[in-house]
Ligand binder design. Structure first.
Ligand code: CO8
Length: 375
């Protein structure tokens, strides 16, 4: 049995608190001054490098990021803490990732005009899962009251598109009538706010997508999935060594590699051409002219990177409408970024228009999903 799958709705949970570049840099620079004061003797003796201050102007120029939403602003900006403070919850309370997921799922179901009774499966697809088990997805399923099944998956920045591809398979094969793909990202909890090279990169958010059979769609607009392509290629240039084996190597639990680490310039140089050629090849294999591509909802890591990818695909500069930007306001929200762009920038497309959701990041991984708008 085969069904055609469609995306019929999306949802977004945005945290209430935000941090501007200026606020983040003020806190970082206060930490740097304190560190350099505390280590003056070693720095003067040449035993230690003085830390360098950060700059809001650099951050905006290098990345396009102006601000980010976060789950706990106070802890991040407190120079004695420099990470979000998120108190542990009891086992009988809804976990924080699940809570964000429930908000985003409800929004997506409303947007799709569906109820939980229409859904058979929940996939939580994100970069950082808060525990090993039970799956966060099963908790979201339970909190929403969905009768069916759920599982977690992680492909870092490409989690949402890889999750979307899994949902397409479930719907197309008849395993599920409708699937929720949920991406709760608390990136601030795995970001080293004491690292000048990366302290500005990430923000927190949660997105959700409803995938269902085309024949059951009732929303006023939906997107037929023309094609989904996935690609991975091993690289250490974006890495996080946090994991359950850390305590088996005592003394290494808190080293900086247990947080997000990247060779940003290498990532930029290696991933941009890989993504552009993948989209071009995909369109070619589908006999879709590049001119027919009306929108690129790209992963939101770096504005310059997105402009370069869009230019390579189109053969000319892309307009802001063709490659919408949300990273100025949200920063990099890992797997959620391209879905936020899709959520906020699609209503103006016409019936029949072609667009592509494309994620890319750690792995390396690329997930490219070509869509056609339907009414
Ligand atoms: N303030 C002022 N100056 C700075 C700062 C700062 N904060 N940081 C660096 N500089 C200086 C450097 O010292 C350097 O100075 P000099 O030229 O004198 O040596 C100069 O600025 C340039 O430094 P860089 O070469 O490092 O700067 P870039 O222009 O390369 O910009 C970026 C850095 C913005 C990080 C850029 O390289 C980038 O965005 N690259 C793309 C990265 C990317 O897309 N990564 C994807 C990762 S996301 C992902 O996969 C998700 C993983 C899972 C998420 C988990 C949650 C945490």
């Amino acid at each position: 049995m085969g069904f055609q799958a469609a995306i019929s709705g999306t949802g977004l949970f945005t945290p209430e608190q935000a941090i501007s570049n200026e606020e983040l840099v003020e806190s970082f620079n206060a930490y740097v001054e304190q560190y350099n004061r505390d280590h003056r003797d070693q720095i003067e003796a040449g035993q230690l490098e003085a830390l360098q201050p950060s700059s809001a102007a650099f951050i905006e120029k290098a990345s396009g990021i102006k601000s980010r939403f976060v789950m706990d602003k106070a802890g991040i900006l407190d120079t004695d803490v420099m990470h979000p403070m998120l108190p542990e919850r009891g086992d009988d309370e809804l976990a924080i990732l699940s809570e964000m997921g429930v908000h985003a799922c409800r929004d997506a179901l409303t947007n799709a005009g569906k109820t939980v009774a229409d859904v058979d499966a929940v996939i939580v697809a994100c970069s950082n899962l808060q525990r090993a088990y039970p799956a966060v997805a099963i908790e979201v399923q339970s909190a929403l009251g969905i009768d069916g099944f759920a599982y977690d998956m992680n492909v870092a920045c490409s989690s949402a598109t890889f999750g979307l591809q899994a949902a397409l398979n479930l719907v197309e094969t008849g395993t599920a009538r409708a699937v929720l793909v949920v991406s709760p990202e608390i990136c601030s909890a795995h970001l080293n706010f004491r690292d000048r090279d990366s302290h500005f990169i990430f923000g927190d958010v949660c997105t959700a997508i409803v995938v269902e059979r085309k024949e059951t769609v009732t929303s006023d607009e939906h997107y037929e999935v023309v094609d989904a392509k996935l690609k991975t290629q091993f690289s250490n240039n974006i890495r996080n060594n946090f994991g359950f084996l850390n305590r088996c190597a005592p003394g290494t639990e808190d080293t900086p590699d247990k947080l997000f680490v990247q060779q940003g310039r290498k990532v930029f140089k290696e991933v941009s051409p890989m993504v552009a050629s993948m989209i071009v090849e995909q369109l070619k294999s589908l006999d879709i002219e590049v001119d027919a591509l009306k929108r690129m909802w790209l992963h939101q890591a770096n504005l310059n990177m997105n402009q370069l990818i869009a230019k390579r695909v189109l053969g000319r500069e892309a307009s802001p409408e063709e490659a919408p930007v949300i990273l100025d306001e949200y920063a990099n929200t890992s797997s959620a970024g391209s879905i936020i762009a899709f959520h906020k920038h699609r209503r103006d497309l016409n019936e029949g228009d072609i667009g592509v959701i494309c994620s890319f990041g750690a792995g390396y991984s690329v997930g490219s999903v070509v869509l056609r708008k339907c009414k």
